[in-house]
Design a protein around this ligand. Sequence first.
Ligand code: ASP
Length: 437
Amino acid sequence: MSLKITKFGGSSVAQASQFKKVRDIIQADPDRRYVVVSAPGKRFSNDSKITDLLYLLDAHRTYHVDGSNVFRLIKERFLEIKEELDLKQPIEKELDQLYTNLSSYSQNELVSRGEYFCAKLMAEYLGFPFVDAADVIRLNLDKSIDWEATRARLQAKMNEYEHFVFPGFYGTSANNKIQVFSRGGGDITGSILANAMGADVYENWTDVSGFLMADPRIVPNPKEITHITYSELRELSYMGASVLHEEAIFPVKETNTPIHILNTNRPDDAGTIIQETSNVPRKYPITGIAGKPGFLSIYVYKKHMSNEIGYMRKVLSILERYNVSIEHIPSGIDSFSIVVSSAEVGDCLYEILHRIKKEVAPDELKITDHIALISTVGKAMSHVPGMAGRLFDALGRERISINMIAQDSNEINITIGVDEKDLEKTIRIIYDEFVTD
Ligand code: ASP
C-alpha cells in the first residue's frame, strides 16, 4: 500500500458541494489517508476568501472599527457548510468565543482560524480524527521549519492514526505562538507532511488540471504539461505561472517525492506530475513558456573595462544599497547591462544613475525601459544543439527584436528580453515553433 498526502486548496473546500467532491476523491483511493485543507476560498469570482475576511477583521480591530459585520460573514460561511452537511461540530460556540476574546488573539492566530475550522468540519465529514497543526508543525526562531521536532511529531501521529485531517498554513513558533506561512502556504504544509511522513505522492488538489504550456489568454488552447521537474517549474513560476506556492517545492525536492497537481472539479483529468528525476519521455522539446512585462535595463559602457578589476562589483553594490534585486546581467567585453524590475527600482532610478555616474564614471550609461522577459523552459532542450538557433530564427522571421539574451548553464532555460508590446506575439511564435503535433 502506498501513501498519498492529499491537500485541498481554498476553492476545493469553499462550500458544502465542494466538501462532497473531496469526500468522493478520498473514498476513491484508500492510499489517500492524510488530508490537509486550506480555509474556504471563493465560491464565485467576486466572492471573498475566508482568510481575506480574517485579515479584514484583524484590520478592523487594529483601527478600532466595528468588525461585527465581517465576523458575521465568516461565521455564516462556516455555519452554512456545517448545516448543509448536517455536521455536529460545536463551531458556533468556538466562533463566538473567538469574537468575544478577539483582543487576546495575535494576528497570526486569528488568520489561521480559517484552516482550523475548515479542518474540524472536514474531519467530522470524512469521519477522520482532527490533528491540529499547532501541535505538530514546529518552526525555528527565523520561521524556518524545525525538521527534527516536526518529523518526530508527525511520525508519532502517523503511528497513532491511520487517517487524519490537518489544517494547512500554520504551525507553532519557537516561542510557542501560532505562526502562519506566507499567503497560499497551505501548499507548504502538504509538502512538509509528504517529506516527514515518507509519502509516495503529494497530491495537491486545486481548481485547474495542472499547468499549461503557456498562458491560455495568450496562446489558444495550449497543451497541458503532464510532467515537469521542480527546477523547470521554479523557472516558470518565477515568470508568473502560479498554481503552487513556490516554497512548497523544497521539502519534497529533498526526498524526490512527486507532487501531483489535480483538479477537484475534474478528478479524472491527468493533471501535472512534478518530480526532479523522472524518466518519462517528453513529447515536445520545451516544457513551457512564461513571460512578464515590467523590466528595465541599465547599460554601462566603460573603455577598457575588461582591464579594470572590480568595476562591475562597484556598480552592483550601488544597486544593493538601494535594495534592488538583479534579474540578469548580460555582458560584453567593456560593457554590461543590468536588468531589474521597474517597480522595484521605482523612484530611485535617477538617484541610482547619479550614483553610478559619480562613483564609477562610465563612458556611456543608458536606460532601456518597457522590457518584457520571456523564459522558454525545457529539460529536453538541455545540451541539444540548435535549440537556441531555432528560437532566434523563428523570432527573426517575424521581425521581433530581442534586446537581451540569457541562458543558464544547465541549459533548461533561455530567457530573452523584448519590447513589452511584443510580449504576447513572441510567446505565440515560440509556442508555434516548438509545439507541433
Ligand atoms: N488560506 C491561506 C491563504 O488564503 C493559505 C492557503 O490557502 O493555502 O493564503
